[in-house]
Design a protein around this ligand. Structure first.
Ligand code: PRX
Length: 661
């Protein structure tokens, strides 16, 4: 690109300002003409008979035995999909592509932090998956046994997940940024029999010891009988005889033959822990046939993917559901070539993402609004250094996108020729639920769009009545869908209570506030429970509170999510100290942040700590977070009449007035 053709930052800013009022963006004609779905016929067909429509989509998978019933709702809300069918996720992700002669196709262009590159083909993955599956079997891991995975963004993470799927052992992946304490807890809750981890992880030029950190708790989790260690940096790490194996040595010694286990459609594929309203994370359980059907359909049609032409890149971490569905299962199911990047978006430099898009010819790119806002801050020169002309579709996920960031993405990354799909979904839903079909439906910046075919969403009031168009209410999903969570791991009661008790057992309570406009487009407002969304990651206020309170100097803590320009929301903690002193000072503030990082992970560190002598509570002793949010965000206080001691608010308000100065 010629330097003279590039607009200046001022020009971009001005143009974005001028377009802020533009409500709708039609699919660019160059895109629409070649799109897989270019009109409304698919949503219409699905609306006529959703079950039949989903049954048709399930035909995209390779079944060992065809299902004989599409949906069994006899025990609602414990729904079953594709009953009687048998299949295997790793067979669908790998074997069938290799058997069809596509073994040499690159599954992942992997890029390491320090610029290392590996092209991993479908045949490579299949060979390693079979060998690792054999290792796990030899160690006595049986169908139904949970295997923990705590790995960075390296190809072995996909091998590990698929090896588990091959033998019917549900995996429990823990995000690499979580602390060993959080890993331990998740291993205990899921009664994991094995753990696949790494010697060290790399982050921005530094290496962090993982195996030694994991060792510190392994003896306390006796269910874990096998630990497979991937040599990532090659550091010398302690290994326990009889329990620990090096990945490379183990797969080298293992047999190469390992048929994929024919599993029931409802066989558990994975459990993934996510934050809920209480301090105990929820083990979201996904099963095989329905999940894969929903993930395969959405990967192909929301991202309009053509396996022979496209290169897909979802920049999430595989430790979150976005990585499960749109780095591993969806793209592999569709036979795609994807990019997998180990590092951070600003290392070694702030143009690394765009460098990778150019280098691998990425055509479809999927990321989070918070990342786009960070890129905006870093400036337009970074994307402008690279040729992004291969891109033809962009996506976002995790939080609402503000129109300014949407326009920046549209202009600077998409060159005004790429539709943007804003995809709303959750760990629980398994796959994308609300978005726009990029070749058929216009986008409205800030709105996720409409429910995808075969799905039904509504905005309800407390009683379950639909609220008028444009008014805020509670988002609900009204009919079961194949990729839905089946339960919370070993906690059916909490599952029912959390998702199907607000209205009735056929209406799923999302936990988000939303509005639906006159065109049927959904505008997601944010969580209505005590969950905070930091950079698109879910954190529970109760979990952070309990981490803070575990510090010996803290008597009580109240945590809220406050609006944040960069991360959407950030964590603010009101902290009451033990003893007379109510002011903690800077050193303690630092210590508390570190303490939370150790207990949960760095992403849970409070951005702001507010020392206080008391927090507002109802007469029954419940912390009134609503008031704390009002205070933190400088709003006029809501109703204080139910407070036990209304005077508390005066002190806190005074404090904030001081802090803002
Ligand atoms: O509040 C919604 C928000 O993220 C929550 C789900 O978080 P999690 O299970 O971690 O999954 C994130 C990635 C799928 C939702 O309840 N959320 C997700 N996507 C959007 C969103 N909010 C607004 N717009 C979105 N596109």
């Amino acid at each position: 690109m010629e330097a003279t053709t590039k607009p200046s930052a001022e020009q971009v800013e001005r143009e974005i300002g001028e377009q802020l009022d533009q409500e709708t963006f039609d699919p660019p004609s160059g895109f629409r003409d070649k799109a897989l779905i270019g009109d409304e016929s698919e949503p219409e067909a699905a609306a006529r008979d959703p079950e039949a429509w989903w049954a048709k989509q399930a035909e995209a998978l390779d079944w060992f035995e065809e299902p004989d019933q599409v949906l069994d709702d006899s025990e609602a809300p414990f729904y079953k999909w594709f009953v009687g069918g048998k299949l295997n996720a790793s067979h669908n992700a790998l074997d069938r592509h290799v058997e069809a002669g596509r073994g040499d196709r690159v599954a992942f262009h992997w890029r390491g932090e320090e610029g290392e590159e590996r092209d991993v083909t479908y045949a490579d993955l299949l060979r390693d998956v079979k060998r690792l599956a054999n290792v796990l079997k030899e160690r006595g891991i049986q169908p139904g046994d949970v295997v923990g995975i705590f790995l960075p963004m390296i190809p072995e993470v996909a091998v590990a997940m698929l090896a588990c799927a091959r033998i019917g052992a549900p995996h429990n992946v823990v995000f690499g940024g979580f602390s060993p304490d959080a890993v331990k807890e998740r291993m205990e809750f899921s009664e994991a029999k094995g753990l696949i981890t790494v010697d060290c992880a790399r982050r921005k030029g530094k290496a962090a010891d993982i195996k030694p950190a994991v060792d510190a708790f392994l003896d306390d989790v006796p269910s874990i009988e096998t630990v497979v260690v991937v040599r990532n940096t090659g550091a010398d790490v302690p290994m326990k005889e009889g329990r620990d194996l090096f990945y490379d040595e183990a797969i080298e010694a293992a047999g190469e033959d390992c048929p994929a286990e024919p599993l029931d459609a409802e066989h558990p594929l994975y459990v993934l822990y996510t934050s809920g309203s209480t301090a105990k994370p929820k083990g979201i359980l996904h099963t095989t046939g329905g999940y894969l059907t929903g993930v395969a359909w959405t990967t192909k049609h929301v991202f309009d993917l053509k396996p022979d032409e496209d290169v897909f890149w979802c920049s999430a971490d595989v430790g979150w559901v976005t990585g499960h569905s749109y780095i591993v299962y969806g793209p592999l199911m569709c036979g795609m070539t994807s990019v997998m990047y180990e590092g951070a978006p600003d290392y070694p430099d702030k143009d690394i993402w765009w460098e990778l898009c150019e280098r691998y010819g990425v055509t479809v790119f999927y990321t989070a609004p918070t990342a786009i806002r960070a890129c905006m801050k870093w400036g337009i020169s970074h994307p402008q250094k690279h040729d992004l002309s291969k891109l033809r579709l962009l996506g976002t996920v995790g939080e609402p996108i503000n129109p300014k960031a949407w326009l920046w993405y549209w202009k600077l990354i998409g060159g005004e020729r790429c539709p943007i799909v804003d995809t709303w979904w959750q760990t629980e839903t398994g796959h994308i639920m609300i978005t726009t079909l990029p070749g058929a439906q216009y986008a409205k910046p800030g709105s996720a769009g409409k429910p995808l075919p075969g799905l039904e969403a509504a905005v309800l009031d407390e009683e379950g009545n639909e609220v008028p168009a444009g008014e805020q209410g509670l988002l609900a999903l009204r009919r079961p869908w194949p990729g839905m969570l089946r339960t919370l791991f070993k906690d059916d009661e909490r599952f029912k209570e959390t998702y199907f008790s607000k209205w009735d057992e056929t209406t799923y309570f999302v936990g988000d506030a939303a509005r639906k406009d006159k065109d049927g487009y959904f505008w997601i407002v944010g969580r209505v429970d005590d969950v905070v969304n930091v950079s698109g990651h879910r954190l529970s206020t109760a979990e952070v509170e309990s981490a803070i309170v575990a510090h010996p100097r803290v008597a009580e803590a109240a945590v809220i999510g406050q609006q944040d320009e960069d991360t959407g929301q950030s964590i603010a903690a009101f902290v009451i100290l033990e003893g007379e002193d109510s002011e903690g000072g800077e050193a303690l503030e630092k210590e508390l942040r570190e303490h939370v990082a150790q207990r949960i992970g760095k992403l849970a560190r409070p951005k702001r700590i507010i020392w206080t002598a008391d927090v507002p509570k109802t007469r029954s002793g419940k912390i009134m977070r609503r008031l704390l949010r009002d205070i933190a965000e400088g709003r006029e206080l809501g109703d204080v009449t139910t407070l036990r001691e209304p005077g508390v608010m005066k002190d806190l308000e005074g404090k904030f007035a001081g802090e803002e100065e």
